[in-house]
Design a protein around this ligand. Structure first.
Ligand code: CO
Length: 303
């Protein structure tokens, strides 16, 4: 067993997206190799409808997957394949854009006008960038939830965890997407396979992530003795924690407990050519995508 060090913790940054949606971006449009196979992560938490209701009108995607997870409020969506629907609290949409789709995503507040959700972008390997588009709409009831003796609860959106398998399947980067809630004071170790690249996103409460910069045994011993150790205290929320290599992480929940997403996947290790919502391997492929958009050949005709 080897503990993954926390390479970095950082706050998500206020960002304006879509037709004027205020959100917080944890990563994206910087170094795409940093969290390969993941490209971008946005946190849509908003108390004021005027800050999000303009939404994300019709726009294209190619070469990636977008994963939307709604915690409160709803997201109405429609796309060029003729799909329409609405995601509610606890629902997930895993969209494989593949060769191309056009869609819109329009958020609406709950009864108090609040909206909260996340969007993650996963890259596709070259062999699957031009695959047929695919949607997996998963309702909250279909997402398995497991609770441990210490009160830790994990919703398994994709991948396997504690004997449960998430309902999303067939994804290139073999992602594991977990929504973890830990009660105050609980300390827990999570296994994450060595080949995965991993991050946590803390959005409620606080936690300390034990750092493996010092030998693990010493670190834990000191911590038990109540001495200061090399841990990262994430008081407050909207914090990204990027892990290095190893096969487990240890989390110590703070006084209010903690809720965080724990996401990992197999790196793709390919060149990235990125223009807005289109992510390919080469500039030539990006130019082809732009031509396809202009010529009306971006999407396959509906069958
Ligand atoms: Co989109």
């Amino acid at each position: 067993m080897s503990l993954r060090p926390t390479l970095e913790t950082r706050r998500a940054q206020p960002t304006l997206e879509g037709a004027g949606v205020k959100l917080h971006r944890a990563f994206g449009f910087q170094d795409p190799s940093e969290l390969d196979p993941f490209l971008l992560f946005d946190d849509f938490r908003n108390e004021r409808p005027e800050d999000f209701e303009k939404g994300f009108p019709w726009h294209p995607h190619r070469g990636i997957e977008t994963i939307t997870y709604v915690l409160s409020g709803t997201v109405d969506h429609a796309d060029s394949l003729g799909n329409t629907g609405s995601l509610g609290a606890g629902d997930v949409q895993w969209m494989t854009a593949g060769r191309g789709i056009l869609h819109q995503e329009m958020p609406h507040g709950n009864q108090r006008g609040q909206m909260h959700g996340f969007q993650l972008w996963g890259n596709l390997p070259s062999a699957q960038k031009m695959t047929a588009p695919r949607y997996q709409d998963v309702t909250a009831a279909d997402i398995p939830e497991v609770t441990d003796d210490d009160g830790t609860t994990v919703r398994v959106i994709t991948g396997e965890f504690w004997g449960k398998k998430g309902p999303v399947d067939g994804i290139a980067a073999d992602p594991q997407y977990l929504d973890v809630t830990m009660p105050a004071g609980v300390k827990k170790t999570f296994h994450i396979d060595t080949y995965r690249r991993a991050f946590a996103y803390v959005f409620d409460g606080s936690a300390a992530f034990v750092d493996a910069a010092a030998p693990t045994g010493v670190l834990l011993e000191k911590e038990v003795a109540g001495q200061e150790v090399n841990i990262r205290d994430l008081s407050g929320d909207r914090t990204l924690v990027r892990f290095g290599s190893g096969d487990e992480i240890t989390v110590q929940a703070g006084e209010q407990g903690v809720r965080f997403l724990l996401i990992s996947g197999a790196p793709i290790n390919e060149p990235v050519a990125w223009h807005g919502p289109i992510v390919m391997n080469t500039q030539a492929e990006l130019q082809q995508a732009m031509r396809d958009l202009r010529n009306g050949t971006f999407i396959q005709p509906a069958h």
